[in-house]
Each structure stands twice: as structure tokens, then as C-alpha cells.
Design a protein around this ligand. Sequence first.
Ligand code: BEZ
Length: 229
Amino acid sequence: MDHVSPPGRPAALRLGSVAPDFTADTTQGRVRFHDWIGDAWAILFSHPDDFTPVCTTELAEVARLAPEFARRGVKVIGLSANDVASHRAWIDDIHDIGGVPLRFPIIGDPDRTVAMLYDMLDALDPTNRDAAGVPFTVRDVFVIDPKKLIRLKLSYPASTGRHFAEILRAIDSLQLGDAHRVTTPANWQPGDEVIVHPAVADAEAAQLFPGFRTVRPYLRYTPDPRGAP
Ligand code: BEZ
């Protein structure tokens, strides 16, 4: 394993830190995580348990959104705290229920090796445990860039399905901010006005974003450099 952290303690998974590397079995064979990411963006998203209702709806939704992730150059990998044979049987069910093929890998993590590396285990919900009382994972999402840096992370409880359109929106914001010196306001959607990055002085902003609109010296708007979606 590339990532070194003190024994017994997960690494600090801060934004901007390197996503821990690992090797794991998945529904599409053995994967070394950083090699699997390659030059793409990636999302790693975890689930508590196979054959559970909220998880099933989430995986069906991500399968449905596969073209949207592909359009943004994002590879998707799931994780659930069961083995790969169980995942494979569950995927058949998800096909039936969601009506879309699920083509991305799901990591088998019955002993919680990856879950511990990414600090995904549930310390809150006493019902989110296996028969032996070992915590399942919560619903984490890690957005990882091609340099393997963690760019976004979120944690939802087992009871609450995630909103994957919001994850796509956040990826749009991250990729736009990498390409242009802008940030995105509350509730921004692609095509809406963006904010000139605070580190860009007015003189430079006039070159980069002619006609930018100043509301306050610290709040300057400019059209989305990528135009309408
Ligand atoms: C679910 O996916 O519905 C679920 C999984 C584990 C605990 C609670 C709900």
C-alpha cells in the first residue's frame, strides 16, 4: 500500500490530500486503485450493505447517470461491506429494478479494509451493523482528481440516499475552477454567472473577464466561461 499512516489510525483525509491507494477485489476483477483511476477523475462512493433498499436506488441512479459521469471524464467505483459474489447477485437485482445495466465496478470489502482506510465506518447508528455487531460503512463520496488528490468528500447516514445530480454539479464546479480562475456561487448551475476568484486583482480580471460585474470589491460576477450547457 502506498499510503502510510500511523498504525491503528486512519490517514487524515483532508481536501487536497492524496487519496489512499489500495488493492481490492471488485465485481470487475482485482483493482489497484490509483492505476484504475489513471488520468481520469474518479468518484469512490460507499454503501452500508447489499440487498438494502436505499443502496439499491442509489446504485440504479448512478448506473442511469453513467453517460453524465463519462461526459465529464469521471470514472465511478462503488463499495459495499460484503463480498464480490454477493455484489454480483445484487447487481442482477439492480438491473431488474432500475432497468439499466450497471457497468462500473463495486469493491468487495467484507472485512472493512478499504472502509477503515477511508474512515467510512458508522460510529452513530447502532442499527447499521452486521450480525456480529461490526459497523457497516456510511454513504461517503470521495471525488478524486487525476493527480489522485481528494477534491470533495461528503458523508450521508445509512438512512438518507444521496442526490447524485448535486455530485455532478459539484464536479462541474471543480472542473470549471481548474480551467478558469473562477468560483461558483450558491445553487450555481452550469451556464449561470460565476464569481471571479478572490485572488484575481481587478486589473487582471479586466484582462481575463472583460466587463465583469462588481457587486462589492470582494464579489465580482462574470458569465460562465463555458457558456450555456
Ligand atoms: C438501505 O440501503 O436502505 C439501508 C442500509 C443499511 C441501513 C439502513 C438502510
